[in-house]
Design a protein. Structure first.
Length: 542
């Protein structure tokens, strides 16, 4: 047994216990608390001409009451009984020409928007948009929050100063509460850029653990690259949200040999001399101070001790500690996560970065079983798509509360939900419960399903066009109906429609059309008035 296996054997039986790790990691640096204000609101500068997004047509939603919102329309392909409760969280963007606006988008199962926060430029992106538990340092209470990364990605041909998919300087993370108020923003430290690949609230919601990236100057000639080159280093950083203290760091270059990369250093000539040897793309926290780290360009997943920084074991790659059973090998993987019972899950891209451009295998969600006695790994379940998909980048596999599995297909425009039993490449429709497709070349780094209750701090929106009142309340999950009031004086209105059923993001309610002023009230399932809109003046257009 290798020395690394001997270290891992001491605690391997406890690595996949159910509770989250809670011991305090060593403090390595102190910095001032960052302000809560918005960040990454402008794209990173480029000399390339912008490509205007597509903001009209059948693939874009348009709303009379919310004219500034132009989210994409998704096509729901399969919708069967048995899907988990919750809404879908997606952060659409495009490496080509965006259909609709980029931003953070919550969708219902029908594809209707629930909440949309658009970004002011198609060269700004959101990523890793999800629901997490945050502990408010003022009250000590846990509360659900929305979190996402925001910034500019190095996407050719607009950005070739860094490897494709790397975060440009100025990127950051956002936390929003259930009323859609900004709680705080988080930035990376020590000259690193906040990386879109991971942002996780840990230690009971008190701390934020994330990936940060920066190019480190390095002579790449020993690896077959340029002399005056650099390597894109990735660092795990953990920050206490109450104090802003940087309390833990672990960087890839100090612990992993870049010579083991599956990506040639010669590729640095097309990305500003920067070699993407590692491409760290996920970090998960284990129950006893381990980090499960995925490095796409190493074809490897590492188990790292937070106490010592040592790599305890590695699956995949050129220093693999495990033998592999049938269908247990993976390539270019994303989203590695601990699972109970000595298991881990991932999205196996299986594709397509070898020099000949051929896929290693079809992309799929994958669950592996680890045997620490024989150091053997076995494929337990897989989740394939029909038609077959080959995603060169991105993707995720999420375990849902009811046992189903949710797959975001990364560089392909689909997201899907499966029963836990899974399927095979030859029988990819088995276990499929839900499947949807984004328009055009739109994609999302990850896609999730979460339960979410949104109660906006701002009022509903209203527009009156002729004899129709258009009502919406961006982000409200409790609105089930609308009441309409009208009058010739904005301070004296009477009810003309007592209850109109809510029909999606925007509800069109016929009105007499004789009044000059209108107002709508959002109603709950029991008919309670949740909030009133501002009074709107009618227009003559139909």
């Amino acid at each position: 047994m290798s020395s690394r296996k001997e270290l891992a054997a001491i605690g391997c039986a406890f690595l996949f216990a159910g509770s989250l790790w809670s011991a305090a990691p060593p403090t390595q640096a102190v910095s001032t608390r960052p302000g809560p204000g918005p960040c990454a609101t402008r794209p990173y500068p480029t000399t390339s001409r912008p490509v205007k997004p597509i903001l009209t047509g059948k693939d874009v939603w348009r709303f009379a009451s919310a004219p500034s919102l132009r989210p994409m329309r998704v096509s729901v392909v399969v919708h069967r009984r048995g899907i988990a409760r919750g809404r879908i969280f997606v952060a659409p963007y495009s490496a080509d020409r965006m259909v609709g606006q980029t931003g953070s988008l919550i969708l219902g199962n029908s594809g209707d928007p629930v909440w949309f926060r658009p970004l002011p430029s198609a060269r700004l992106q959101s990523a890793d948009f999800q629901v997490q538990a945050y502990r408010d340092p003022r009250t000590g209470r846990k509360e659900p929050v929305l979190t996402w990364w925001q910034g500019t990605l190095a996407i050719p041909p607009a950005y070739t100063n860094l490897p494709s998919g790397a975060p440009e300087p100025g990127s950051c993370y956002y936390l929003y509460d259930s009323s859609y108020r900004l709680v705080r923003t988080v930035r990376a430290r020590n000259g690193y850029a906040a990386d879109e690949h991971e942002f996780t609230l840990v230690n009971g919601g008190r701390d934020a653990l994330f990936i940060a990236s920066k190019p480190v100057p390095l002579d790449l000639r020993p690896y077959g690259g340029p002399e005056n080159g650099a390597i894109e280093d990735s660092e795990v950083q953990e920050i206490n949200l109450a104090t802003g203290r940087l309390i833990f760091t672990w960087d890839m270059l100090s612990h992993v040999d870049p010579a083991d990369s599956e990506v040639s250093a010669s590729t640095a000539t097309s990305s500003g001399g920067v070699w993407d040897a590692f491409h760290m793309n996920s970090v998960d926290v284990g129950p006893h101070g381990q980090l499960l780290i995925s490095a796409r360009n190493m074809w490897a997943v590492y188990d790292v001790s937070m106490r010592t920084g040592s790599i305890l074991w590695q699956i995949g790659g050129k220093k693999n500690d495990f033998s592999s059973g049938r269908n247990a090998r993976f390539y270019w993987q994303h989203d590695a996560r601990f699972r109970p019972g000595n298991k881990l899950s991932m999205f196996d891209d299986g594709c397509c970065n070898l020099p000949d451009g051929k896929p290693e295998q079809e992309s799929h969600g994958l669950i592996l079983k680890l045997d620490f006695r024989s150091w053997h790994v076995t494929a337990v379940r897989a989740y394939y798509h029909q038609p077959a998909l080959f995603s060169a980048t991105q993707g995720n596999l999420q375990r849902l509360r009811n046992g189903n599995e949710f797959v975001g297909w990364g560089e392909n425009a689909y997201y899907s939900e499966y029963q836990s039993a899974g399927n095979t490449a030859r029988n990819a429709l088995a276990s499929l419960l839900y499947d949807a497709k984004m328009p055009g070349s739109n994609i999302s780094y990850r896609t999730f399903r979460y339960r979410w209750t949104g109660t906006p701090y701002y009022p509903p929106s209203l527009a009156v066009r002729g004899q129709v009142a258009y009502a919406s309340w961006n982000g409200s999950t409790l609105t089930r109906g609308w009441r309409v009031l009208e009058g010739s004086d904005p301070s004296h209105l009477r009810v003309v429609v007592w209850r109109a059923k809510s029909t999606g993001f925007e509800t069109a309610v016929p009105v007499p059309g004789r009044a000059l002023y209108y107002q709508v009230q959002a109603l709950s399932a029991t008919g309670k008035v949740l909030r009133s809109s501002r009074v709107a003046k009618t227009t003559k257009s139909g």
